[in-house]
Design a protein around this ligand. Structure first.
Ligand code: DSN
Length: 471
């Protein structure tokens, strides 16, 4: 028989069991606590979500769906998955007779690929917003030289674009091209677009071409849950999402699809949807194995939280903060693409400031502000994108209000000025490596980086960090 002490190493805390990993996690936690998180797709999960994620749910295999599993002992997992599905429909106010939901996708990218696998034949056609224009990789990204996303490798992808001068989606051109391309699916979804999508117009375009309209609401799902931005469910056949962005859950994904009558023909014949079964089969057994039950547990918790008054207030604050931040940036002469924002993010084109996304992003990172470089409408080189994508969900979860963003924008402005000072100390066409050397090694700039980083840290540390009790 196994002695109790033989098993002790399996009970030890992480700190005792694996000091190396423990220390890395501690450092990352300190980075998150003392820095300013402006990556538009990131957020801070609550302690309850993190607890569910770190639970024994991780141990269970349960291939299949509730009631029809390939492994025994899944009765509690069935209860959990059904609860998660029920809450998913409640949050987005969906009728169970009209909408099916699959909560098993490991994240947003697998969710999107499962939909395409289910309803688009190999080499079938898909139209999504181009990546440099604010779309997502999985919406079919490819360049002149390479089919980058698997969506463009296994399916035929034709992007739609934004107007280069305004930054708004060019729906007329989408309509024109859809008529020629005849896609099977049109994707209404974005990774970097600060305006509401015109789902109604996109529905019309999809209908004209007998295409499905799929929304990828990953970025805005928390805002949709709070009912403060237009809901894609009104007009779309399929809606995919991640669960860890504005929704503030664990890293996971969901697919919603319509069921029942799709349309009634001119002859009065009802045409039914056939999405639920193909999509479920594409997720499992088509693309995935056992569901990540610890993630599904965390999603269920996040969905319950998303139905609270506190969550709704927080989502409203997220938008209010983004609007305020965009205005402050405009006041300081920054070019905010489209002139502002309707949601949680904004794209800032740094061309008029004399720098680019790569360089500014590096300086911001060095002083403890995390965001990401992003191409702007009209950019020709993906290697030197002109802009920065900035988002407010994470800092709003830490309790930041409009006035706190005054300081955030002030720090960004100083970082951009420092970027220009470094550039001016170099030859005009100096490579990026020289810029980084100056930033990290030149005593003239290192001092300022240190001072700014200290300021960021002192400011950020004043705010609580959700989930803090958890490791
Ligand atoms: N990486 C996410 C984003 O930043 O938008 C999308 O997958």
């Amino acid at each position: 028989m196994c002695e109790k002490q033989d098993q002790a190493w399996l009970e030890d805390s992480l700190e005792k069991n694996d000091e190396e990993v423990f220390k890395i996690i501690r450092k990352e936690k300190e980075r998150q606590r003392s820095g300013l998180e402006l990556i538009a797709s990131e957020n801070f999960a609550s302690a309850a979500v993190l607890q569910a994620l770190g639970s024994c749910l991780n141990n269970k295999y349960s291939e299949g769906y509730p009631g029809v599993r390939y492994y025994g002992g899944a009765e509690h997992i069935d209860e959990l998955e059904r609860l998660c599905q029920k809450r998913a429909r409640e949050v987005f106010k969906l009728d169970a007779d009209k909408w099916s939901v699959n909560v098993q996708p490991y994240s947003g990218s697998p969710a999107n690929f499962a939909v395409f696998t289910a309803i688009v034949q190999p080499h079938g056609r898909i139209m999504g917003l181009d990546l440099p224009d604010g779309g997502h990789l999985t919406h079919g990204f490819m360049t002149d030289k390479k089919k980058v996303s698997a969506t463009s490798i296994f399916f035929e992808s034709m992007p739609y674009k934004v107007h280069q001068d305004t930054g708004y989606i060019d729906y007329d051109r989408l309509a024109e091209n859809a008529k020629l391309f005849k896609p099977k699916v049109i994707i209404a979804g974005v990774s970097c677009y600060s305006r509401h999508l015109d789902y109604k117009r996109m529905r019309e375009i999809a209908d004209e071409n007998n295409a499905y309209l799929m929304a990828d609401m990953a970025h805005i799902s928390g805002l949709v849950a709070a009912g403060i931005v237009p809901s894609p469910f009104e007009h779309c056949d399929i809606v995919t999402t991640t669960t860890h962005k504005t929704l503030r859950g664990p890293r996971s994904g969901m697919i919603f699809c319509r069921k029942g009558v799709r349309k009634v023909t001119a002859a009065g014949k009802e045409e039914m949807y056939n999405l639920e079964k193909p999509i479920n089969e594409a997720v499992f057994p088509g693309l995935q194995g056992g569901p990540h039950n610890h993630a599904i547990g965390g999603v269920a918790v996040a969905l319950k939280q998303a139905m609270t008054e506190e969550f709704i207030a927080d989502q409203k604050q997220t938008i209010a903060n983004a609007r305020h931040m965009a205005k402050l940036l405009l006041d300081r002469g920054f070019n905010v693409v489209t002139g502002g924002t309707d949601n949680h993010l904004m794209l800032v084109n740094l061309k008029n400031k004399g720098t680019d996304g790569n360089r500014a992003d590096k300086t911001l990172e060095a002083i403890g502000i995390a965001c990401n470089k992003n191409s702007c409408p009209g950019d020709t080189s993906a290697l030197r994108p002109s802009g920065l994508r900035l988002g407010t969900p994470a800092l709003t979860s830490r309790g930041f209000k409009e006035q706190d963003f005054d300081k955030v924008v002030h720090l960004i402005d100083r970082a951009v000025q420092l970027t220009l000072d470094i550039q001016n100390s170099l030859e005009p066409k100096a490579p990026f490596k020289d810029f980084k050397d100056k930033l990290y090694k030149d005593p003239k700039f290192v001092e300022e980086v240190k001072a700014l980083k200290g300021e960021v840290s002192a400011f950020a540390s004043r705010f609580p960090m959700p989930g803090l009790p958890t490791l």
